[in-house]
Design a binder for this molecule. Structure first.
Ligand SMILES: *[C@@H]1O[C@H](CO)[C@@H](O)[C@H](O)[C@H]1NC(C)=O
Length: 280
């Protein structure tokens, strides 16, 4: 019967992927800054952000969401991308905002990108984890996913779980569960700190820098000011827990590709590591 269970689980998984609706940049997002540096192409299937000395560029989802699954393909700035940051994140507004971040810190030609992640709850972050990728993120599109439901936040790269933030509200750790968030993306200049601690600056002779986004798929509970409507696909991600196969992959990634973990940084937290670090 175990194999029947596996087949059923696989079918469910396939169904949940089919149920996830593919979006369109024209209908799902607004370009919010950078003017013509941001452009929707291919009938809404792709979006390009570029950055020159004058400005970067960015876009945001038209809707706000209270929980959802956000899939995006990104092909990062190739060549010498030192100083550039390509950001992909969810955020609510205000001083006590919640935020779930993926940021790609560029590097000199041939040197690896850093994937920087963070989780803010009620205005407080300081939960950085950084990773190397196991592929060249500039050679092709790869899928970056944020899954956010009442139980946990999961970060995926090409379907591989790399990080999880569980709901430990019962242990007094704030969780993003009350503030609707928008999805944002931007390409901006952070030469003061992004690359090798700010030692390597942006080489403006290589501008414009371009990152390309594709296959946007937002499946979330759209927030309507006081209530949200979740749509047919929601059951798959709304109830998703961490499967043991996901956790095994996460262990593999964290063992081999994690380069910074706030939960291991005892010098930074002399009063003791954040509570969630010692909770399963
Ligand atoms: C850039 O490459 C250097 C050398 O390989 C590495 O130490 C650094 O972490 C890389 N990433 C960033 C964002 O500086």
């Amino acid at each position: 019967m175990a194999s029947f269970g596996k087949v059923a689980a696989l079918l469910l998984l396939l169904l949940s992927f089919c149920g996830a609706s593919m979006g369109n940049f024209w209908t799902d997002v607004d370009i919010t800054w950078g003017g013509s540096r941001a452009a929707i192409t291919n009938n809404g299937q792709q979006l390009q952000l570029s950055m020159d000395r004058t400005s970067g560029s960015g876009f945001q989802s038209k809707n706000e969401y209270l929980f959802g699954r956000f899939d995006m393909k990104i092909k990062l700035v190739p060549g010498n991308s030192a100083g550039t940051v390509t950001a992909y994140y969810l955020s609510s507004q205000g001083p006590t905002h919640d935020e779930i971040d993926m940021e790609f810190l560029g590097n000199e030609t041939g040197q690896p990108y850093t994937l920087h992640t963070n989780v803010y709850t009620q205005g407080k972050g300081n939960r950085e984890q950084q990773f190397r990728l196991w592929f060249d993120p500039t050679a092709d599109f790869h899928t970056y996913t944020i899954l956010w439901n009442p139980r946990l936040v999961m970060f995926y790269v090409d379907g591989t779980l790399i990080r999880m933030f569980r709901n430990h509200e019962s242990a007094g750790v704030a969780y993003p569960s009350r503030q609707a968030m928008r999805m944002y993306s931007s390409l901006w200049d952070a030469e003061d700190w992004a690359t090798q601690g700010g030692r390597v600056k942006t080489d403006w002779s290589k501008a414009p820098f371009v990152a390309t986004f594709g296959d946007i798929a937002i499946n979330g509970c759209v927030w309507k000011g006081s209530a949200s409507s979740c749509g047919a696909s929601s059951s798959s991600w709304m109830n998703q827990a961490a499967a043991s196969s996901d956790l095994q992959k996460m262990q593999w990634v964290q063992r081999n590709y994690m380069i910074y973990n706030y939960c291991k940084d005892v010098n930074r937290f002399p009063q003791g590591l954040p509570a969630e670090c010692s909770l399963a």
